[in-house]
Design a protein around this ligand. Sequence first.
Ligand SMILES: Cc1cc2nc3c(=O)[nH]c(=O)nc-3n(C[C@H](O)[C@H](O)[C@H](O)COP(=O)(O)OP(=O)(O)OC[C@H]3O[C@@H](n4cnc5c(N)ncnc54)[C@H](O)[C@@H]3O)c2cc1C
Length: 283
Amino acid sequence: MYDELAEKGKLSANDALPLSYDQHCLVGVSKPFDPKEHDMLRRETCDFEIVIPKSDPFYAIYMPLPGDRVSWAVIHNVPKASAKEGEARFSEWGPEATAEMIDFVRHQPSPFKCTLGEVIDRTPTHLISKIMLEEKYFESWYNRRVVLLGDACHKVVPSAGLGANLAILDGVHLCNLLVDMPSPTQENIAIVFENYFNNRSKVAQAALDNARQFGKVMSNRGFVSEVVRKIFFNYIPDWMTRWQNTQRLQFRPQLHFLPQVPDRGTPKAQPQESRLFVSVATA
Ligand SMILES: Cc1cc2nc3c(=O)[nH]c(=O)nc-3n(C[C@H](O)[C@H](O)[C@H](O)COP(=O)(O)OP(=O)(O)OC[C@H]3O[C@@H](n4cnc5c(N)ncnc54)[C@H](O)[C@@H]3O)c2cc1C
């Protein structure tokens, strides 16, 4: 699709640029810890804890899993300007890059009365992965009869936990339009893809902004960033957090040809989109 758009001179300069890596991420699932010793493993709810060091340019997230295991992730933000050098020094994939990043982060304290390094040591090697994460909003979502969805047209760093959510709901929106399409003519396909793009691109852009801001709050270092973080985590009133969540999660299309799922979420969903072809389809 990109080749064809480029041939026609319709590929935007932004889309033609290669991706740059914005975050280096190390993830793993540990062997069981003793729940008697760790309050986090005894809680009714699956809360997760984040450790943000004062000066190191990375933070760690810990989540309890069934069987008293712990899922952990270390995220190292790479400033765009130095994405090809400086801090982006773990730029390779593979076991050496993994070992190098482990060495870099292992001294950090964890919520488990031990260092992050000891949590990592408690993790079988085959359950440790190092991933490089990119962030990019693409402008080309479709061409003729080809359409993109999910990470292929909007890559979001996982800071705000929105990437899979967006990908699934892209699929739902597109599916709702395609099943109603009266006939698969190029004209109808163009109408479907345009409607899909107009609706979902706004949501994707907002999610990217949200993930980027959250990533900055978590990763920026220095006095000002620390103050911002303190306010963000301690003094933002609940109603504002709920409002923010509503902004992120209000577009929740459902497949219109299946029984509707009741809206049990605290942030309520926007009403379902009206059906684009319904009058044609039922005529
Ligand atoms: C560490 C991490 C944590 C994350 N946490 C969250 C989270 O908490 N919440 C959230 O919502 N999102 C999260 N995400 C993001 C989420 O995983 C992605 O946004 C989502 O998986 C995108 O779905 P997708 O179907 O677009 O792409 P993918 O899941 O990448 O699926 C694409 C598939 O296509 C296959 N493929 C690629 N090339 C070819 C080919 N040539 N031929 C055939 N198959 C091919 C791939 O193998 C892959 O299976 C996280 C991502 C990472 C890396």
